[in-house]
Design a protein around this ligand. Structure first.
Ligand code: B12
Length: 271
């Protein structure tokens, strides 16, 4: 494909994803991602098996924390779906049933993959969520896809929605360049309500250092984010889930409402 055709395809993908309901969309190249912080640092960290980790690993040949790219994948399309504060139900887990927002994202990536295959003959496949099952580090991918930056709350911050978005991706067998990093850093002059309002203490001290991992971009940017404490809070959220009558789901379903303090206290993107 010529450079001009690639550019045209890139913009057609953005238009189609929006048509399918994506709030934000962009492209990240696999060569860029393989050098990105989460992709290089996580395999060096002690292994993690809490909430958000899948116990069944795809293969023991892959190092814990390492991303396993399917053969032939050269770039990914990253899709974001806004989860505004006034629609908290987008984020609720109904026992083991996916949140509504997650279902929406899956619909969008499935629709986009089908459209790319049918209309452009591109091998495009939705990427699974869990790293252990073939997933990728979505926040870094979103940064390369031009959606925003990593904030001091350790979340992707987007100019219009702050951290209040959820992410998914699909793989492509064509070599599209990354949309590119955005010049955006709202944390620079912020008083950081995100880290102050975290009553669990997830940001209270530096727990990772750059000597060990060989780079400066660490969890919470400077190494202040502690996923073990955060995970403990999330398991508490699971324990305190109450039974509710949820139309369309069931009469007495346990509804899990995970903590979002670091996300909801962020002033970025609030009107
Ligand atoms: C496992 C997991 C968890 C675990 C462990 C989290 C962790 N960070 O280690 C637990 C259960 C604790 C958790 C908690 C939460 N999670 Co979570 N989680 C995941 C999952 C599945 C993998 C993340 C992971 O293991 N990363 C590896 C760790 C080591 O990296 P890290 O801590 O993020 O640190 C890296 C970045 O900060 C990066 N970085 C730092 N500076 C810079 C600069 C640049 C330029 C770049 C490119 C990168 C970069 O480098 C660091 C590594 O050195 C992803 C989905 C996915 N497939 O990506 C969702 C995901 C990250 N989680 C998400 C959310 C929303 C949450 C929670 C708010 C809970 C909730 N209510 O849903 C909290 C927030 C915690 C926080 N402040 O970070 C969203 C984030 C959306 C966003 N706007 O960023 C994701 C993308 C899922 C989704 N549905 O969209 N999560």
């Amino acid at each position: 494909m010529s450079g001009k055709d690639l550019l045209k395809l890139h913009s057609e993908i953005l238009v189609k994803a929006k048509e399918l309901g994506a709030t934000l969309v962009g492209v990240a190249n696999v060569d860029d991602l393989n050098k990105a912080p989460s992709y290089t640092v996580t395999p060096l960290m002690e292994s993690y098996s809490g909430v958000g980790a899948n116990k069944g690993r795809m293969s023991d040949l892959i190092k814990v924390g390492e991303v396993s790219w399917p053969e032939g994948v050269k770039s990914v399309v990253v899709v974001a779906y806004a989860h505004p504060e006034d629609q908290p139900e987008l984020d609720y887990w109904y026992e083991s049933i996916d949140p509504i927002g997650n279902k929406k994202l899956v619909e969008i990536v499935n629709g986009l993959a089908e459209w790319l295959q049918k209309n452009h003959g591109i091998n495009a496949f939705p990427i699974l969520y869990h790293i252990e099952k073939g997933g990728i580090y979505l926040k870094d991918a979103a940064v390369y896809a031009g959606m925003g930056c990593i904030g001091k709350n350790n979340l992707l911050l987007t100019p219009d929605y702050g951290p209040r978005v959820r992410l998914r991706a699909l793989s492509l067998d064509i070599d599209l360049p990354s949309t590119g990093l955005a010049a955006f850093d709202p944390c620079a002059d912020c008083e950081q309500p995100c880290t102050k309002f975290c009553s669990h203490g997830c940001f209270k001290e530096v727990v990772h250092n750059s000597f060990k991992y060989g780079r400066e971009e660490l969890p919470g940017r400077g190494g202040q984010y502690n996923r073990i404490i955060c995970n403990t809070q999330m398991t508490r959220d699971e324990d305190k889930a109450l039974e509710q009558n949820v139309p369309g789901i069931g009469e007495s379903v346990r509804v899990v409402k995970y903590c979002r303090k670091c996300e909801l206290s962020c002033p970025v993107g609030k009107v």
